[in-house]
Design a protein around this ligand. Structure first.
Ligand code: SAM
Length: 628
């Protein structure tokens, strides 16, 4: 705590008129604060709390002392006292972000969701609702999947949904709960009833925004949309253009995963026929573009119609344009590559919207935060990063934004996927990524060396993953690090059940219509069927997601012994797994005190045997070349 902080908050003036005395009291407070924080860091909470209380007797308005005391009280399970201390910190300094953040998280843990979201909004307001602040709000909302968040909840969700600088899909379950409260997610008796419920729900701005922006992972909502669509197409109902546009936006987000309606779409000549055609499937980009241009004035008052046309017209055209300009660094006639390329050309995955903001860091700082006890050789200030199998680019753009000074090369087999990423980079103004076509089985020798290589969700789609891994290591700088993510056999038992049901041999020949039908078959399975679990996955609700999740043309699944063998054969050092939830590593450390870094793969195999879903989000781990 610097003296500037105390002075700025009037502590010195408050203490007394005598300058010498002020200096002495101030120095004493600073010394005590430093002492208490050191004790707190070492875990001597009682001693630290005693000093904070002493300080607060001298100076009631010292926000950091209240805040640190709140953290201790929280740790000690003294909920009432902790909340009071957080609030006292805020009363002492209403612009104290740490205290607002602490209070919001604390209230969320205590399931006081309405108050938590209000605190989260105050925190974001202190940063003028800048994208990193909104991302933080989105992450907070994610932890509130139940309960009524009230008007503040709507405001918070809407602010996040209204920008592409936030990953709002994080709080999709919170949104579903909001829709459920409004509309009651249930089976509907008829298309007319479904349409009525949807029309009513769309009057809520947050629900309309959700339908326009995020894939809603709910089988019932899918049924409502299908029923409402039939009712409109049969001429039984005449909703407004905006309602039709919202239905079409949601259908398009799911890439028309629902089975198609009977009949043929109309020839598109104007906005009305475009909207009806969009209920069947995408419309020709040139035509969408033309209607957009012709109807500019009318569309001013029809924002959802306009958005639909933008997505189907100019955005699509720009992707096609970019697709043609991407360089090709390497290709091969590998049979698996060919089959996999065809799949992703037809079904680029994932079709994401919104990129997280905030959390920028340097590569060494990132490694230090992930693996605190590990020493790393010096890495350049402007690291070269390779994203191998970048797909539609979300991962590459996240890394480019997160690692300051990075220069990212993002490669993939599928030009259509790459073009999606390139368009998003352009829209988000991210210029430190270059996208290029390349086959990982045939990287040119001249490809260069990278300080960080990330191969997430790709090696398990290759004929010989270990050989491809070795191929990537040839391009890793000696001091470089690599992040890998691989499917877990144990965690994908439900997926394996689906694949067994369909037959591995059919995967390569499935058409998009086959996938739509299989999706319906899975939804009709009894709830206790082992394959039914897959309907809980977000990916199940879009066509490319469903294909990537369940019907991939080539998928291998790993277990920890196979990863261990690869690490040894490839001459690597395993640095550790990465989890989104810090409690996983905490629990591991508590159980394996002799392995605080969490590097013993045999231990992890035992943990996975007990918790089969632990690596549902893949085995995500870091490694580097063994040092000589
Ligand atoms: C499931 S997607 C993952 C995309 C991205 N890494 C992510 O996490 O969102 C797998 C991607 O790997 C790419 N891929 C598969 N085999 C490849 C190969 N041999 N060379 C380059 N890319 C490949 C596919 O084209 C596809 O886009």
């Amino acid at each position: 705590m610097g003296s500037k902080w105390l002075a700025a908050r009037g502590v010195i003036a408050y203490i007394g008129p005598d300058f010498q005395e002020e200096r002495r009291v101030q120095a004493d407070i600073e010394r005590k604060l430093a002492e208490a924080t050191a004790l707190q860091r070492r875990g001597d909470l009682a001693a630290a709390a005693a000093i904070y209380r002493q300080i607060l007797k001298i100076e009631r308005r010292l926000a950091p002392a209240h805040y640190n005391l709140a953290l201790i009280q929280k740790e000690e399970g003294k909920a009432l006292a902790a909340e009071k201390s957080f609030r006292a910190a805020i009363a002492a300094d209403p612009a104290y972000k740490l205290a607002w953040r602490g209070l919001a998280r604390f209230l969320c843990e205590k399931e006081k969701f309405r108050e938590a979201v209000r605190a989260g909004l105050k925190l974001a307001a202190l940063d003028d609702f800048a994208p990193p602040a909104l991302q933080e709000l989105a992450d907070l909302l994610e932890r509130m999947p139940v309960g009524d968040l009230g008007p503040a909840g709507d405001e918070a969700m809407l602010r996040c949904l209204n920008t592409d600088e936030v990953e709002s899909d994080r709080f999709i379950l919170t949104l579903l709960a909001r829709i459920n409260r409004q509309a009651g997610i249930r089976k509907m008796a008829s298309g007319a009833e479904a349409l009525g419920v949807l029309t009513g729900a769309f009057n809520e701005p947050v629900i309309a925004a959700a339908f326009s922006k995020l894939i809603l992972p709910s089988a019932e909502i899918g049924e409502w949309i299908a029923a409402a669509r039939s009712s409109i197409l049969a001429g039984d109902a005449f909703p407004s253009f905006e309602v039709i546009a919202l239905l079409a936006l949601q259908l398009a987000l799911g890439e028309y995963a629902l089975e198609p309606p009977n009949g043929e779409p109309p020839v598109v000549t104007d906005l009305e026929s475009a909207l009806i055609a969009a209920l069947y499937g995408r419309i020709e980009p040139e035509i969408a573009d033309e209607i957009l241009e012709k109807g500019e004035d009318l569309l001013e008052a029809l924002p959802w119609c306009r958005l639909l046309l933008i997505r189907m017209g100019p955005q699509q055209l720009r992707e096609w344009q970019l697709r043609g300009t991407l360089p090709c660094l390497s290709s091969s006639d590998d049979a698996v590559s060919k089959a996999v390329r065809e799949q992703y050309e037809e079904s680029p995955y994932p079709r994401w919207r919104g990129l997280r903001s905030g959390g920028e860091t340097t590569l060494p700082a990132l490694l230090k935060s992930l693996f605190p006890g590990t020493a790393f050789a010096a890495l350049p200030d402007r690291p070269k990063v390779l994203i191998a199998g970048c797909g539609t680019g979300r991962h590459a753009l996240r890394t480019a934004r997160r690692i300051t000074g990075s220069k990212v090369t993002a490669i993939d087999l599928s030009r259509t996927s790459l073009a999606y990423g390139a368009r998003q980079a352009e829209a988000l103004g991210i210029d430190n990524v270059s996208f290029a076509e390349a086959d990982l089985v045939a990287l040119p020798e001249t490809f260069g060396r990278f300080d960080l290589i990330e191969a997430c969700g790709v090696l398990h789609h290759m004929g010989d993953p270990e050989a491809a891994w070795q191929g990537l290591l040839d391009h890793l700088a000696p001091a470089g690090v690599m992040k890998v993510a691989l499917y877990s056999e144990e965690a994908r038992q439900d997926v394996a059940a689906v694949r067994d049901m369909v037959g591995e041999e059919r995967m390569e020949t499935l058409t998009l219509d086959d996938i739509r039908r299989l999706r319906s078959d899975i939804l009709a399975l009894p709830d206790d069927h082992p394959a039914k679990e897959v309907t809980k996955e977000l990916d199940f609700y879009s066509l490319s997601g469903c294909r990537d999740l369940l019907f991939h043309r080539h998928e291998q699944r790993f277990d920890i012994p196979r990863i261990k063998a690869a690490i040894e054969t490839l001459g690597l050092e395993f640095l550790g797994f990465e989890f989104t939830e810090s409690r996983v590593k905490k629990a591991y450390r508590a159980r394996h005190k002799d392995d605080p870094a969490g590097r013993n793969l045999a231990n992890w195999a035992a943990v996975e045997a007990e918790h089969p879903a632990l690596f549902r989000g893949m085995y995500q781990f870091w490694c580097r070349k063994q040092r000589p």
